[in-house]
Design a protein around this ligand. Structure first.
Ligand code: NAD
Length: 286
């Protein structure tokens, strides 16, 4: 069997086109363009690539991208001051703080100081809490984008066995919440999980988000399962690879996301979706 590819590039593009149209419509009504403040601290090369993709996408869709490039040694109090200014700025609908932050800064404190209705990454405890009770407002972008990818398969998730590999606050845990809200039966695995392959073999859906290159092997997969690969890793020869051994797994799975071109582009498009939602629904007056 050869799995069908879930084409993240194409699905993200469709979503981007819809958002661009809605922004045009807003502008034609005399409303302002949605604004996203993108804050990066320091020189982390991967963070710089992600941030430049987000800024470029804003511009392509007709959103305002307000850029803040801050030095590695910035004091926590100065970053908090910037967040306060952005919270009060009526032209800013979303505030994105690119993670990870340098050690002298308490990331939780920073994220909790963003107004929940500008928290377009969906990491504020208010938004995580709303997601966990099934009344979400702004949802974390990677898991939300994955739900869009899963929807594109047309498969009903109700009652499915889903295994999430990875339990981070930004991917694994909110992913599990999304799947619970879709009425799947969810197992969360992490580095301490015993006999992961046998747990994965029970799964109708596997979400691989451990950050370990090509760890999910063909022998872990139930025939026909849906495989979502969140991982972004460099292989020994410098190639970008996911957490799934794509060549092995595609022979057994029913559906699979590639890396690159799967979850990555969907995450960026979903950030735009959240920013548009904040502007159009949460900040609808100005
Ligand atoms: P993280 O390091 O914060 O968390 C990793 C989780 O995986 C932890 O819960 C850990 O216990 C678990 N884990 C680690 N090794 C394991 C193993 N051998 N077996 C089972 N579980 C294991 O990472 P994160 O921020 O959640 O990101 C995970 C991966 O997803 C990374 O490769 C990251 O680059 C990628 N990522 C991709 C996107 C995207 O848009 N495509 C977005 C966010 C993260």
């Amino acid at each position: 069997m050869t799995a069908k590819i879930i084409d993240g590039n194409a699905i993200a593009k469709t979503l981007q086109q819809e958002i661009a149209l809605q922004i045009k419509e807003r502008l034609s009504q005399g409303l302002r363009a949605p604004g996203l403040a993108v804050v990066i601290v320091g020189e982390n090369p991967a963070s710089k690539i992600y941030v430049s993709k987000k800024r470029k996408m804003c511009q392509e869709l007709g959103m305002i991208s307000q850029d803040h490039n801050l030095p590695e040694n910035i004091a926590e109090s100065d970053l908090l001051k910037l967040i306060d200014t952005l919270n009060k700025d009526h032209k800013i609908d979303g505030i994105l703080i690119q993670l990870p932050l340098p050690q002298q800064i308490d990331s939780n404190k920073i994220l909790e100081n963003i107004l929940p209705d500008k928290d377009v990454d969906g990491f504020h405890p208010y938004n995580i809490g709303r997601l966990s009770i099934g009344h979400s407002v702004l949802r974390p972008c990677t898991p939300k984008g994955i739900m869009t990818l899963l929807k594109s398969t047309g498969v009903d998730l109700k009652g499915m066995n889903a295994v999430v590999i990875g339990a981070s606050n930004i991917v694994g845990k909110p992913m599990a919440m999304e799947l619970i809200n879709a009425r799947a039966t969810v197992t969360i695995c992490r580095s301490t999980t015993r006999d992961l392959p046998s747990i994965a073999r029970q799964a109708d859906i596997v979400i691989a988000a451990a950050g370990v290159a090509q760890m999910v092997k063909g022998g872990w997969i139930k025939p026909g399962a849906i495989i979502i690969d969140v991982g972004i890793n460099r292989s020994a020869d410098g190639k970008l690879v996911g957490d799934v051994d794509f060549d092995q797994v595609k022979e057994i799975a029913g559906w699979i996301t590639p890396v690159p071109g799967g979850v990555g582009p969907m995450t960026v498009a979903t950030l735009m979706e959240n920013t548009f939602y904040a502007a159009a629904v949460l900040h609808s007056v100005v």
